[in-house]
Design a protein around this ligand. Structure first.
Ligand code: G3H
Ligand code: 13P
Ligand code: ZN
Length: 316
């Protein structure tokens, strides 16, 4: 199987009441850990690349690694659909460059523009992408948290207005829509003592107005306490924080949410594993030694998400 776009994946996910995991990738060990889990669980997969990841690793390296992941899946005999997606594209030029460079899906995040300018920019990307068989995710509403190293404060964040979604989808032609219902980017979503809440009423209203249309949730890491603890008991200093509870994500996945974005949990797993390894083996200095448990923990984390959060195991 070749790299695919997410059209068919989302159609099946919508009908089947599950979601596809969209995992952020930055290096080989992350790509391997995620892909090995997806192969084992026979789960369709989205590997997504932010502009920061692209700057860090270079487009060509990530693309070749993702192609290698696909070959690995093919060699293992699993017909695994893998989609390569640009996460938070902010300009037409960036989206074009990713499309020209082999991505099968792009996000154009015009959520910081006015409604009219968001439509204009998104439509421009859709026209270019669709002519080349590439699908496009748009965004309405604004999440709080860290986006491409920029902190979006709670005051700048805003829930998606369901009154706008039909016009946005009709005028732009987007294939999926990211909405803001209370999730946020990064590892500090809710403070200790705060009760995590998502606006399921907004999700319901959006899906009522867009029947059958795939919705995307960003900022959907659960900030797994075991990994925060692993970091802090091995020399780290992260404040306690609460992420999005798994049962809420599962509930969203049973409804119109077809794509769930996870990055922070992967970072926590990798950092926790490496910190623990360094503390337990202060004399080791071979990167393969400390990256091996990091990759293994990423794989276990992703397996857990595929089965317990997304419900997409066995759907490839
Ligand atoms: O939404 C942001 C993603 O977690 C990507 O983060 O821009 O630091 O790669 P990044
Ligand atoms: P988290 O920070 O919750 O992992 O969200 C990642 C994300 O939305 C990537 O676009
Ligand atoms: Zn995001």
């Amino acid at each position: 199987m070749a790299l695919v776009n997410s059209k068919e994946m989302f159609k099946k996910a919508y009908e089947g009441g599950y979601a596809i995991g969209a995992f952020n990738v930055n290096n080989m060990e992350i790509i391997q850990g995620i892909t090995e889990a997806a192969i084992e669980e026979k789960a369709p997969l989205i590997l997504q690349v932010s502009s920061g990841a692209r700057k860090y690793a270079k487009h060509v390296y990530l693309m070749k690694l993702i192609e290698a992941a696909l070959e690995d899946a093919n060699a293992s005999g699993v017909d695994l659909p893998i989609c390569v997606h640009l996460d938070h594209g902010d300009t037409f030029e960036l989206c074009k460059s990713c499309i020209d460079g082999g991505f099968t899906s792009v996000m154009i995040d015009g959520s910081h523009h006015s409604f009219e300018d968001n439509i204009k920019l998104t439509k421009q990307v859709v026209e270019y992408a669709h002519d080349r068989g590439v699908v496009v995710e748009g965004e309405l509403g604004r999440l709080a948290g860290i986006e491409d190293a920029v902190n979006v404060s709670d005051e700048d964040a805003s829930y998606t207005n369901p009154d706008q979604v039909q016009e946005f989808v009709e005028k732009t032609g987007v294939d999926s829509l990211a909405i803001a219902i209370g999730t946020s980017h990064g590892a500090y979503k809710f403070k200790p003592g705060q009760k995590p809440q998502l606006r399921f009423d907004i999700l319901d209203e959006v899906s009522r107005r867009l029947p059958g249309f795939p919705i995307v949730l960003h900022g959907a890491s659960s900030v797994i306490p075991e990994f925060v603890q692993m970091i802090n008991s091995n020399g780290g200093k992260m404040p306690d924080a609460i992420g999005i509870p798994e049962d809420m994500l599962r509930e969203a996945a049973r409804n119109a949410v077809c794509k769930i974005n996870i990055d922070s949990d992967l970072r926590l797993a990798m950092t926790g594993s490496i910190r623990q390894y360094f503390c337990e083996h202060p004399d080791h200095f071979d990167p393969r030694q400390y990256l091996k448990p990091a990759r293994a923990n990423i794989k276990e984390l992703v397996r857990h998400k595929l089965i317990n959060v997304l419900g997409c195991n066995g759907k490839a």
